[in-house]
Design a protein around this ligand. Structure first.
Ligand SMILES: Cc1cc2nc3c(=O)[nH]c(=O)nc-3n(C[C@H](O)[C@H](O)[C@H](O)COP(=O)(O)OP(=O)(O)OC[C@H]3O[C@@H](n4cnc5c(N)ncnc54)[C@H](O)[C@@H]3O)c2cc1C
Length: 498
């Protein structure tokens, strides 16, 4: 069977497919490529946006680029010799994704502008009944590649809704709004903010950056690729693999610092302090920018331009907490009013509360969110007890502080593909992870995480409301690759096809 036509006219009771994937970011793209390679042709990808790319389609803020070298932050099955820089800017990553979709003929599988609004496991039919903005459909297997950094986190600040200027989140950049000559307030100093702050600083009349906690910032070893490197990458797949492997293994060494020997973080912190000292002369500003928690506890950021931007005469760093927003200003706890024409929220994403978990329901009628009861749990970050034939891409505890998420996605793709092969070979209609397997995995994650730098007491988006770290993988990524190489059917309740 082939993929369904790419539009809603076909939606209806007969709109049934072997696999429905939600999301056309790197996750959905990687899964579709692997499944097609294994001969699974009946695939539909639901994408609520009007183009593919996910993170890299939505985040178009000035200065947006990856913070893992592009030779590693790309699909193993689609190496790219044309990156212009070692850390590619967002438009290039988006273009790369489009190129991959063309090369593997994926666009015909995608239903753009179609949002999954609900999905119910049908225990009799042993399939997923799916509601979308384009109609009803069903699938034997549901893959949620809906992104863990896709729902903007909006701060609950008193008066924000009454602000009379322009307000937007960095992931919803208002390109129609000219910041030139404006007084701009930026709330947040995370990974996105430190990229767009230096990009907008030269254009605005005044920039006020509101910082709750200073991030650790280290130098970004970004540079343009040389022509001979391009030639080598084009001509020699082996050289490309060696260059990628060099980056991969050098980043794996960081796992030792994050998870085994947190004391190594002190050495790295000394390097980051030097970077700060070299870029910021003003002792008071330097003090405000010096973190008081272990390096790595929150995401380590890379920038050569952020500190210099904060040193410019039109920029002010405010560390006093925000009390409220007035129609034309932000007021801090000390009563000072900071006038603003535009507020940009660099406040990150809802990493521990994926919206899609509110939309999928087990046979008991309860959503995945209700099953999680405030804190995500899974087996291998991929399957959840009571949710048969459902696979999460970048589910709980698969996030990384040091390497490429695409490596994790492609590991999960191996697992899902092997699960489908196992089902076909053994005539199995549904697989559902055993609750004890999930509990064991969750316990293992929490135990390992308790000894890492991420558990040294800072507040970070890695932790959920209950204080559990449900986002990060606490080990080497090659271990994750090993554990997801084969589908371990003995950890699952299997139901045979009749
Ligand atoms: C600014 C930024 C920079 C980043 N930089 C890096 C980096 O340098 N290195 C790294 O490893 N990672 C980075 N990440 C993490 C990045 O999100 C992952 O690397 C990767 O792109 C995730 O791919 P994904 O397909 O899982 O999710 P996404 O790219 O978020 O794609 C999910 C897709 O699902 C769609 N979707 C969601 N819900 C529904 C629904 N109900 N119905 C239909 N469609 C839906 C969304 O529209 C989206 O297109 C970054 C993230 C951000 C936000």
């Amino acid at each position: 069977m082939t993929g369904a036509p790419a539009h809603d006219e076909t939606s209806g009771p007969s709109d049934h497919h072997r696999v429905v994937i939600v999301g056309a970011g790197f996750g959905g793209i990687a899964l579709a490529i692997r499944l097609q390679r294994e001969g699974v042709e009946d695939i539909v990808i639901l994408e609520k946006e009007h183009d593919l790319g996910g993170t890299w389609y939505v985040n178009t803020y000035p200065g947006c680029q990856c913070d893992v070298p592009s030779l590693l932050y790309s699909l193993e099955c689609a190496p790219n010799a044309e990156w212009t820089r070692t850390f590619a800017p967002q438009p290039e990553i988006e273009e790369y994704q489009r190129g991959v979709a063309d090369r593997f003929d994926l666009k015909r599988l995608i239903r753009f502008g179609t949002e999954l609004t609900g999905a119910d496991w049908d225990p009799e039919g042993r399939r997923w009944s799916i509601d979308t903005s384009g109609g009803r459909m069903s699938a034997d297997v549901l893959i949620l590649a809906a992104g863990f950094l896709s729902e903007p986190s909006l701060p609950a600040i008193d008066g924000l809704d009454r602000f009379e200027g322009t307000v937007f989140h960095s992931a919803r950049w208002r390109h129609d709004h000219d910041l030139g000559g404006e007084r701009v307030a930026v709330i947040g100093t995370g990974a996105s903010a430190i990229q767009f702050v230096p990009a907008i600083q030269p254009d605005v009349s005044h920039l006020t950056v509101f910082q709750r906690t200073p991030p650790w910032v280290t130098a970004r070893p970004d540079r343009a690729f040389k022509e001979w490197e391009h030639r080598l990458l084009r001509r020699s797949p082996l050289a490309a693999r060696v260059m990628r492997a060099r980056i991969y293994w050098s980043r794996e060494l960081l796992v030792l610092m994050f998870t085994r020997y947190p004391r190594l973080a002190k050495l790295a912190a000394a390097g980051a302090r030097k970077h700060l000292e070299a870029q910021v002369d003003d002792p008071e500003l330097r003090q405000k920018l010096t973190p008081d928690y272990a390096l790595g506890c929150k995401r380590v950021l890379l920038s050569n331009e952020y500190f210099p931007a904060l040193c410019q005469p039109n920029t002010e760093l405010v560390t006093e907490p925000i009390r409220e927003v007035l129609p034309h200003a932000i007021v801090t706890a000390d009563g000072v009013e900071h006038p603003a024409d535009t507020i940009i929220l660099g406040t990150g994403f809802e990493a521990t509360e994926p919206p899609v978990a509110r939309r999928v329901r087990a046979a008991d009628g309860r959503t995945m969110r209700e099953h999680w009861d405030g804190s995500m749990k899974s087996y291998l970050g991929t399957t959840v007890a009571e949710f048969p034939n459902l696979f999460l891409i970048i589910g709980p505890n698969t996030g990384l502080g040091h390497s490429s998420m695409i490596f994790m996605i492609e590991s999960q793709a191996n697992y899902v593909v092997d699960a489908l092969k196992t089902m076909a070979a053994r005539n199995i209609a549904s697989v559902s992870v055993r609750p004890e397997a999930m509990a064991g995995f969750d316990e293992e994650m929490q135990h390992k995480l308790s000894r890492t730098v991420w558990s040294t007491g800072c507040a970070s988006w890695y932790l959920d409301a209950s204080g559990r770290n449900t986002t990060l993988w606490p080990d080497f990524t090659w271990q994750y690759r090993q554990r997801t190489r084969r589908f371990d059917a003995d950890r699952y309740l299997l139901s045979r096809a009749t």
